[in-house]
Ligand binder design. Structure first.
Ligand code: 1GP
Length: 230
């Protein structure tokens, strides 16, 4: 399913979005909605957002950040594994605990791991995981290659959440990958930033802009897809 995604909106269950805005997002032509956030995600607000998105036909996936907020009924469950942290709980420790507790009920066929490279130290995820975000392009590319070749992760996610990243670095990571898909997220606010990110990644993720300037956020879809048609 995610092999064909070029553009994804990431919606945060902990933030308000009117029905009108949600409808515009879901009918925008984006390829999928990812539900997820780094704080304040609960079972209740996740169920609520999922059921509102389900009125529309596009794929709706959950990016799991809190075990308490894993809700049945999503199309896929994306599992972040943070590559550039020294705290192994964010790479595999919490995952191991989850499998020990809930392994018998995990629908493995719907589970997709994502190798995260967190490059904005000021983001919530950057603080939480204490990721080493001072990576140069070849160091980042080496993490990506290691995750693809040694761990067989199908997705590498370069996460600049809240700030627009270094597109040269992203391009170098993309060149280093074979089969894995490269997701890019962070600071995409308009057509221009969307187009730049689309040139160097397989899938572009737009989050904050939905809540800050919806009109501009909606234009990122055509910017990303236009290039795909070119
Ligand atoms: C966040 O990568 C996404 O997890 C998108 O980032 O919110 O900065 O668009 P923004």
């Amino acid at each position: 399913m995610m092999e064909t995604w070029r553009h994804v909106f990431k919606l945060d269950p902990d933030r308000e979005l009117s029905d009108e805005a949600l409808e515009a997002v879901c009918l925008s032509g984006t390829d999928a909605i990812m539900v997820g956030g780094s704080s304040g995600v609960t079972y209740e607000n996740t169920v609520d957002l999922m059921s509102r998105i389900r009125k529309f036909e596009l794929p709706c996936v959950l990016e799991v950040s809190d075990l308490e907020a894993v809700v049945p009924g999503f199309d896929l469950y994306m599992i972040p594994m943070v590559l550039n942290t020294e705290h192994s709980q964010w790479l595999i420790g919490r995952h191991q605990q989850a499998v020990e507790r809930y392994g018998y009920m995990i629908p493995w066929e719907l589970v997709v791991p994502e190798g995260y490279i967190i490059l904005n130290p000021d983001s919530t995820a950057g603080h939480l995981t204490e990721a080493n975000s001072k990576l140069d392009a070849s160091e980042a590319a080496a993490y990506a290659q290691t995750a693809e070749r040694l761990l067989s992760l199908p997705i590498i996610y370069i996460e600049y959440s809240g700030s627009f990243g270094d597109m040269e670095l992203v391009a170098q990571v993309q060149r280093s990958l074979g089969q894995a898909r490269l997701f890019y997220g962070g600071g995409i606010t308009d057509e221009e930033t969307a187009l730049k990110a689309a040139k160097v990644s397989d899938t572009v993720i737009v989050g904050n802009a939905v809540y800050q300037d919806l009109e501009s956020a909606l234009k990122t879809v055509a910017a990303v897809k236009g290039r795909a048609l070119a």
